[in-house]
Design a protein around this ligand. Sequence first.
Ligand code: ZN
Ligand code: ZN
Length: 340
Amino acid sequence: MLAAIAVEGKLSVKEVPNPSPKYEEALVKLTTAGVCHSDVHQVKGDWSVAQRTISIPIGHEGIGVVEELGPEAEKFVQKGDRVIMGLGGMGGGYWCGACEYCLSGRPRLCRQTRPLFGTYAEYISVWAKALVKLPDQVSDNEVSLACGGLTAYNAVKKLITFGVTPGKQVAIVGAAGGLGHYAVQIAKEFGYKVVGVDIGNERLEFVKALGADNAVDVSEAPQFVRQLGGAKASIVFSPKVAGFDLGMRLLKRGGIFIGVGMPAIKEGPLSIMPLDILFKDLLISSSAVGNVEEMREVVQLAADGKVKTHIGRVASLSEAPQVIEELEQGKYTGRAILKM
Ligand SMILES: [Zn+2]
Ligand SMILES: [Zn+2]
């Protein structure tokens, strides 16, 4: 089969052996893969030096049809099921189900957690418990719900965890991006007032079209949000430290910061005055992907028409290396998908 593999900072599409399903695994014939910003970092080895020297199958958002079952996988899925997979790559491969994290709904923190990578391919063999069945109303074009949608959903859900009630002002930094555009729709559905922050008119028009109450350019955001009385919470999807800094500055006293974007290590640390945290009594948190149950909740939102993926680029599997470059250069808005 064909699959996209990253070696030494370069992605190439090549012929590799077909996988076969092991214990509790299902072989899925992929129809669509989503291109996530994490894929760029992974190809380039931005998060770990080791990543640059080993070869890694790329892609952690996929939709496909179950074609074959490994031993005992039939307890979870059936041949012919149309499924979405990935969970952001971080926990979609395996988790133990018995530790304190698994049992409290956070399998991503499980010591035995295994990632799921390799959806830029014709086939993938997946741990069947991590698969979520798709209703017919959710098309293959919604593949990016598997990471982007799930991550945005969980970041917005954190507002509830931290007691931010509907009607409060929430700033979304990177609102026109692959994750941000989901967060705007979900935060509106949850009843928040949304100020979307991004760069340039075209992207701001897009943010307004998604239903944001306000859309403002990065350069004007601090002043604009101050006039609104400051944000009760900011959710930062920008993969740049500058975006994190901005998200911090938009908060009012007692504000809640949720960092989601993952800046490259070479960008260095975030600088915060400890006194600012103290005087403003800020709460600093993060959010990353989610679990299978949350994936089902996101799929339901999509089936109900509450969240829709904006697709900026459709390509074939062989075009994957080019799409990765385009994403790095910010050449399209929304998500890119690969059709197998
Ligand atoms: Zn566990
Ligand atoms: Zn992702």
